[in-house]
Design a protein around this ligand. Structure first.
Ligand code: C2E
Ligand code: MG
Ligand code: MG
Length: 553
C-alpha cells in the first residue's frame, strides 16, 4: 500500500517539525508544513493530501476551524485537529465541522498514529457496512487496473443496486432497511472467490470488481450467481424478506481506461437493467449510454419546467347527452417545451412520477383548474364541473387530502364542482388508504370518478365496494363500438352496472357520429372526445363556453 500523504498546519514551527519527523518515521509522507488557514486551503487544493492535521488556534484571518470546514467541504479531505486548550465555544465549533479526530497537545506519538489510522479508515470505509467506500474503491481499483495493464485479460467492474429498497425503508422502517444492506454486504463479500473488491457507493448501491476474466461470458456467469445469491430469502428481525438487485457491468479495457469511467459506464448499464424491471444484469453498451444521456437531459428540463412556467392546463369539454350542453371539463396538462414544442402528458407524466415531481405538478394543475373554474363562474358563465386527474404516485403522498382541501379554500371553489379522476391501479395499490381518502373526499362534497374504467385489474368488483360518483369508460372500448360487438357488449354491461349503482357514466374518446349514436341509444350520460373538441387552451375553451354551443344529439 502506498504511503499516505499528510498536510501539517501548525503555527509553532518547532512543534510542526517534531510532528513531521515522527510521522515520517511512521511511514507517512508530508506534503507540506504550513502556518496559516489561508495557506492550508491553498495547499490542500494543490497537493490533495489524504489527511490534514490542523491546529485549532492559528494566527491570521482564517482560523483552523474555518480552514478545516473549507477543506472538508470543497475537497472532501479528512481533518484531525490539534489543540492545546479549547473553550466550550471552540469545541462546539469544532464539532460542527465533523472532524475525523481530535488530539490534545502534548500528545504521544503512539496516540497520534492511532488517531490518524482511525481517521483514514473512517474516511475510506462506509460506517454502516464497514465496506470500502467510494474513495477507497477508487484507490483500490486504480491499483488493480495498473497491475493488469499489460495483460490480455479483462477486468469486470460491476455496480449493483437493490431494487425497491425504498419500499422496505418506508414500510418496515430504516432499521430493517439498514439490516438488509448489511446482510447484502456480507453476502457480496463472501459469495464467490472471483470477487476482488466489494465497496458501498451510496444508499443501496454497491460496486464489485472481479478478478480478471478471459471472456465476457465468464463475467455474465458470475453476475448471475451474484443475482441469485442476493435474491435468496433473508430473515431480518423475525421477518422473511426478499430483495432483488440490478447489476451493470463494464469491462476494462474496452469500456474505459480509468476506474471512474468504468464505474460510470457500469452505472449506466445498471440503470438500464433497473428500467427493464430489475433482477437482471446488463453489460454496458454505447447505445444504451446515449439513451440514458437523453433521458438525463429530459429529466433536467422537466425539473426546471415548473419554475419556468412551461406547463399549461388545457380543458376538454364534457357534454351531457340529455341537453347537448357542456356540463364539465377535464383538465389535461400540457408541457410547452422550449425546443420540442408541445409534449404530451403520456410522455412526461410517467417521468414526473418516477422523479417524484408529480406531487408539485399535480398540485399546480389542481390549483390552476380550480381557480380558473371559479373565475368562469364569477364571470357569470354557467357553473361548470372540473375533472382533475390524480395519479397513483400522487395519491401515495400523505398530505394529498389536506392539499386538496387547502386549494379549494384558497380558490373559493365549491367542492361540488370538483371531480377527482382516479384509476383502478391506484385503489389496488393500497385499498385501505383509498377507502379512507374516498370517505373524506365525499364528506367534503368532492365527486370521485374512475378513469380508464375496464383497463385495470378487478374492474367489476370495485364499483360495488366503493361509492364512486362516475365511471369513465376507457376510449379503447369506445373505438368502433358500432361495429365491434365485443366492445359493444362490454360497454352496455358497464352502463347497466353503473346505473344500477346510481353512478354517472362518461364515455371518453368519442371520435365519430356512429360511436356517438351508439352511446346515445344505450343510455350513456355524458361524453367527451375529438368528435366534440380536443382539449383546448383556456382562452379557446372560454370562447366555446361563451358561444353557449348546444350539440344536437
Ligand atoms: P386520461 O385522463 O384518460 O385523458 C384522456 C386522454 O385522451 C387525453 O390525452 C385526451 O386528450 C385524449 N382524448 C380525448 N379525446 C380523445 C379522442 O377522441 N380520441 C383519442 N384517441 N384520444 C382522446 P392526454 O391529454 O394526452 O392525456 C393522457 C393521459 O395523461 C391522461 O389520460 C391522464 O392519465 C394523464 N394526464 C393528463 N393530465 C394530467 C394531470 O394533470 N395529472 C395527472 N396525474 N395525469 C394527467
Ligand atoms: Mg382522465
Ligand atoms: Mg381516461
Amino acid at each position: 500500500m502506498s504511503s499516505k500523504k499528510i498536510l501539517i498546519v501548525e503555527d509553532e514551527s518547532i512543534i510542526a517539525e517534531d510532528i513531521s519527523d515522527s510521522l515520517i518515521s511512521l511511514g507517512y509522507k508530508i506534503t507540506a508544513i504550513v502556518y496559516s488557514g489561508e495557506e492550508a486551503i491553498e495547499s490542500a487544493k494543490e497537493f490533495r493530501p489524504d489527511l490534514v492535521l490542523m491546529d485549532v488556534n492559528l494566527q491570521g484571518e482564517i482560523d483552523g476551524i474555518t480552514a478545516a470546514e473549507e477543506i472538508r467541504s470543497h475537497f472532501q479531505i479528512p481533518v484531525v485537529y490539534l489543540t492545546a486548550y479549547a473553550d466550550e465555544n471552540t469545541l462546539r465549533r469544532v464539532n460542527t465541522t465533523k472532524p475525523f479526530g481530535y488530539i490534545v497537545k502534548p500528545f504521544e506519538e503512539k496516540n497520534l498514529h492511532t488517531t490518524i489510522q482511525l481517521a483514514l479508515h473512517r474516511h475510506q470505509h462506509d460506517c454502516l457496512t464497514n465496506l470500502p467506500n467510494r474513495s477507497l474503491l477508487r484507490e483500490l481499483l486504480s491499483q488493480v487496473l495498473d497491475k493488469h495493464k499489460k495483460m490480455p485479460a479483462m477486468i469486470p467492474v460491476m455496480t449493483l443496486s437493490l431494487d425497491k429498497i425504498n419500499r422496505i425503508n418506508s414500510t418496515l422502517g430504516h432499521d430493517i432497511g439498514d439490516c438488509v444492506l448489511c446482510k447484502i454486504a456480507d453476502r457480496l463479500s463472501n459469495c464467490t472467490e472471483n470477487i476482488n473488491i466489494v465497496a458501498r457507493l451510496e444508499a443501496a448501491e454497491f460496486a464489485i470488481v472481479l478478478e480478471p476474466v478471459a471472456k465476457k461470458q465468464d463475467a455474465a456467469k458470475i453476475a448471475q450467481k451474484i443475482l441469485d445469491i442476493v435474491a435468496q430469502p433473508m430473515i431480518v428481525k423475525g421477518t422473511e424478506l426478499y430483495v432483488t438487485a440490478s447489476v451493470g457491468i463494464s469491462l476494462s479495457p474496452g469500456d474505459g481506461s480509468s476506474g471512474d469511467e468504468l464505474l460510470k459506464n457500469a452505472c449506466t448499464a445498471m440503470y438500464n437493467s433497473q428500467e427493464k424491471g430489475g433482477n437482471k444484469y446488463q453489460f454496458y453498451t454505447a447505445k444504451a449510454a446515449n439513451i440514458s444521456l437523453n433521458k438525463f437531459v429530459q429529466e433536467n428540463c422537466l425539473r426546471n419546467a415548473l419554475k419556468r412556467s412551461e406547463f399549461e392546463v388545457y380543458y376538454e369539454p364534457q357534454i351531457e347527452i340529455k341537453t347537448g350542453k357542456i356540463i364539465g371539463a377535464e383538465a389535461l396538462v400540457r408541457w410547452n417545451h422550449p425546443e420540442r414544442g408541445r409534449v404530451s402528458p403520456g410522455e412526461f407524466i410517467p417521468m414526473a412520477e418516477e422523479m417524484g415531481l408529480i406531487a408539485p405538478l399535480g398540485e399546480w394543475v389542481l390549483e390552476t383548474a380550480c381557480r380558473q373554474t371559479k373565475a368562469w363562474q364569477t364571470e357569470g358563465l354557467p357553473p361548470l364541473r372540473v375533472a382533475v386527474n390524480v395519479s397513483a404516485r400522487q395519491f401515495e403522498r400523505k398530505n394529498l387530502t389536506e392539499r386538496v382541501s387547502e386549494i379549494l379554500k384558497e380558490t373559493n371553489l365549491d367542492p361540488k364542482y370538483l371531480e377527482l379522476e382516479l384509476t383502478e391501479g391506484l385503489i389496488l395499490q393500497d385499498e385501505a388508504a383509498a377507502i379512507r381518502a374516498f370517505k373524506v373526499w365525499k364528506d367534503m362534497g368532492i365527486r370521485i370518478a374512475i378513469d380508464d374504467f375496464g383497463t385495470g385489474y378487478s374492474s367489476l368488483s370495485y364499483p360495488k365496494r366503493f361509492a364512486f360518483d362516475a365511471l369513465k369508460i376507457d376510449k379503447s372500448f369506445i373505438r368502433d363500438i358500432a361495429d365491434d360487438c365485443q366492445n359493444a357488449a362490454i360497454t352496455i354491461a358497464i352502463i347497466q352496472m353503473a346505473h344500477s349503482m346510481k353512478m354517472t357514466v362518461i364515455a371518453e374518446g368519442v371520435e365519430n357520429q356512429r360511436e356517438l349514436a351508439f352511446l346515445c341509444s344505450h343510455d350513456c350520460d355524458e361524453i367527451q372526445g375529438y368528435f366534440f373538441s380536443q382539449a383546448l387552451p383556456k382562452a379557446e375553451f372560454e370562447a366555446l363556453l361563451k358561444s353557449d354551443k348546444c350539440w344536437d344529439l
